[in-house]
Write a protein that binds this ligand. Structure first.
Ligand code: AMP
Length: 281
């Protein structure tokens, strides 16, 4: 696995690979890699000749400076972890990615007004800043994003459309710990006591599947809020049931093909998000 810090060098490598007609699969990450990231890389490996991973804690997508400061980082551990599924890892510095103060601004319409966008102003503009630059450097045929960050994946799909580039976007299922908690780099910030409580999010989400037969989406959202109110260590930011392809609200399960439940909650000041595609059972 090659480790490269310079974008010019990555560009040159990619040009060479393209000349050899190699397909390129790309997985952008912020590091502190775990099984979720590994799954994305594995899928990329299955579908492409060459797998590129980027590790870059992107400052422009953090609306909270404290969150950026405490974001976990361990590059050597990351390199060792992905060496068997990745061919090239791009680890730029902030100066390399943003030689000048970035000012680009994006319009993702409704997608950039709800849920994460409402609670983290400017977050997706920052995501688009870095993903656009990464796509221009890596020029992948296929790129892999997790459903764990469902809204982000839809925003990136829209970015690809707006950039008019021939990149195929693959959304990969959320990978979970054995107790149901979605793998996240932020999980390592939880104390062992709080870590034991964290699966409550997924457990509550799973119960919704059985409620769908008898309750309307808005009633279920109220029910989730009540569940969280009983947990003193959790602070629920939102629990919303939306249409899978455009995040518009759902008023009646019967009239929509696919619904997604999206939840964001603080546990001991650590912000956790999770999503679940809902299927009636
Ligand atoms: P991050 O490093 O948190 O920016 O995530 C990089 C990519 O990994 C994003 O596309 C995430 O959606 C994806 N990802 C993070 N956690 C998981 C997970 N538990 N399962 C699947 N994909 C994930």
């Amino acid at each position: 696995m090659k480790i490269i810090e310079s974008k010019d060098l990555v560009c040159r490598k990619i040009e060479l690979l393209k000349k050899q007609n190699q397909t390129i699969g790309f997985v952008p990450t912020m590091g502190a890699l775990h099984k979720g990231h590994y799954e994305l890389l594995k899928q990329a490996k299955n579908e492409n000749k060459v797998v590129v991973c980027s590790i870059f804690v992107n400052p422009t997508q953090f609306n909270n400076p404290e969150d950026l400061k405490k974001y976990p980082r361990d590059l050597q551990k990351d390199f060792d972890y992905i060496a068997d599924v990745c061919d090239l890892v791009f680890v730029p510095s902030v100066e390399e990615m943003y030689p000048e103060n970035p000012t680009d601004s994006y319009d993702f319409g409704y997608l950039d007004t709800v849920m994460e966008a409402a609670f983290r102003p400017g977050h997706f503009n920052g995501v688009a800043m870095v993903v656009r630059r990464l796509f221009e450097i890596v020029k992948p045929d296929n790129t892999y994003f997790g459903k764990k960050d469902y809204q982000q994946a839809l925003i990136v799909k829209e970015l690809i459309k707006q950039m008019k580039v021939p990149i195929r976007m693959v959304m990969v299922d959320t990978v979970r710990e054995s107790d149901g908690l979605a793998f996240s780099s932020r999980n390592s910030l939880l104390s062992s006591d709080k870590r034991k409580q964290a699966p409550f999010i997924y457990q509550t989400m799973q119960k919704v599947q059985t409620l769908m037969n008898n309750m309307k989406p808005q009633e279920i959202e109220g029910w989730i809020q009540d569940q969280f109110k009983e947990q003193k260590d959790f602070d629920l930011e939102y629990a919303t049931i939306v249409q899978a392809d455009n995040l518009q609200p759902i008023h009646d399960f019967a009239t929509h093909t696919q619904a997604v439940l999206c939840v964001a909650a603080y546990l001991d000041n650590i912000r956790l998000i999770d999503n679940l595609e809902l299927n009636k059972i």
